[in-house]
Design a protein around this ligand. Structure first.
Ligand SMILES: Cc1ncc(COP(=O)(O)O)c(C=O)c1O
Length: 388
């Protein structure tokens, strides 16, 4: 194609999610389970008072100003790192601010992998891993998230550097999560490798997991010198801040000198791509974490409970009527299991014909309970089972 670089992917970019979302919005009778955002029980996008009331108070001139550095505002980076790490990590770490979790994952990939290198990520996963990997001409290997041995086999099959993405807890789209014992096995595996291993922990939804989802962070304190952990955090989900485009990449390693170089490298990469982030958003999240933490924690807890009630009810009713779901713990989504993608396509269309809008994923149909009020969730599994 004229003008563009030789390796540019010139296929038409079609975002399958946004097209179904559009169709659902146009249907007045829709049960819209397409969204990747949390909605309240009145069907409105959930916003935290502690986040948005506070944001409105930031003077225009402060919002309008450039942020202080391509790596992000210093206080934001410190406060968000403390918030994410939650006093679990005594090992060395460094961070930069990023445009959402996506920016953190893209930075991890761009900073660690050369063209032709391999990225390992789940077989059933957030579609954007594939888009980012393809954009950088990477090889892709997929693993079954329910089978650790499969992950280990894929790790062993890679020549050279290992680069693996794990999206746990609240895996998108499965809702799957690794237990502490499973994480221990994953770290034992990575620590035993005699080559470099980069572990990307995509923790976009971690704030909505029940139990103690950060318990495994203590394993970062015992990594081998060959392991680099890159935590990719998203303010989109944690603060219901989707459009503001804010997140963080937090790197953990045994060598503080390496981390200093690494963060410097990521800062240059940031300068060369987005240059600078949303200043008002960084000011605001820093202030929420510094001055409104209790209020925020309370609102987050309420949101988490609201979501949990929906997933518990759906899973219970699915079990009751024999609608087969992938095993899930927590999260914005549950996924109906399919072995055959053709049958999945037919069923997905059947549901649309009956005003139930969901998202097709590899070997499954994702039901975004995050956007469906409890009263609509009640009975939804039965309706779906009847139709398919
Ligand atoms: C698994 C997963 N990781 C990361 C992200 C990144 O989100 P954002 O870039 O909005 O922070 C998403 C968003 O939907 C996601 O589902």
């Amino acid at each position: 194609m004229k003008f563009v670089r030789k390796k540019e992917n010139t296929d038409r970019y079609v975002d399958t999610i946004f097209s179904v979302v559009g169709a659902a919005k146009a249907d007045l009778l829709a049960i819209n389970a397409t969204a990747g955002c949390l909605y309240d029980e009145e069907g409105k996008l959930l916003t935290f008072r502690s986040v948005y009331e506070q944001e409105a108070k930031i003077p225009a001139a402060r919002r309008a100003a450039y942020a202080s550095s391509p790596a992000g505002n210093k206080d934001y980076i410190e406060l968000v790192s403390d918030f994410v790490l939650d006093q679990r990590v005594s090992n060395h770490h460094g961070a930069i601010a990023t445009p959402g979790g996506t920016g953190a994952i893209a930075t991890a990939i761009m900073s660690c992998l050369d063209e032709g290198d391999t990225v390992i990520f789940p077989e059933i996963a957030w579609g954007n891993y594939k888009v980012i990997a393809a954009e950088h001409n990477l090889k892709m290997l997929n693993y079954d998230v329910y089978d650790l041995q499969d992950l280990f086999d894929k790790i062993d099959s890679v020549d050279g550097k290992v680069f693996v993405i794990i999206n746990s807890p609240c895996q998108n789209p499965l809702g799957q999560a690794y237990s502490y014992e499973e994480w221990k096995k994953i770290f034992d595996k990575l620590n035993s490798l005699e080559k470099e291993a980069v572990l990307v922990c995509d923790i976009a939804y971690i704030d909505y997991a029940t139990g103690d989802p950060k318990a495994y962070f203590s394993l970062f304190n015992e990594i081998s010198d060959n392991v680099l952990v890159l935590l990719c955090a998203s303010c989109s989900k944690a603060f219901s801040y989707y459009g503001q485009r804010l997140g963080a990449l937090i790197a953990v390693n045994n060598d503080p000198e390496f981390l200093d170089h690494y963060i410097n490298l990521c800062s240059r990469l940031a300068r060369a791509t987005w240059s600078n982030l949303n200043n008002a958003a960084m000011i605001n999240i820093a202030e929420v974490l510094r001055d409104h933490r209790q209020e925020y924690d309370q609102e987050l807890e309420e949101a988490k409970q609201m979501l949990k009630k929906r997933t518990d009810l759906f899973i219970r009713q699915a079990k009751d009527c024999g609608l087969e779901l992938y095993t899930s713990c927590d999260g914005f989504f549950v996924t109906i299991r399919y072995d055959d993608n053709k049958k999945r396509d037919e069923d997905h269309q059947k549901l649309i014909d009956h005003h139930i809008y969901t998202i097709k994923v590899n070997k499954g149909i994702r039901v975004g309970l995050c956007s469906v009020p409890l009263k609509t969730v009640d009975g939804l599994a039965y309706k779906i089972k009847e139709l398919i």
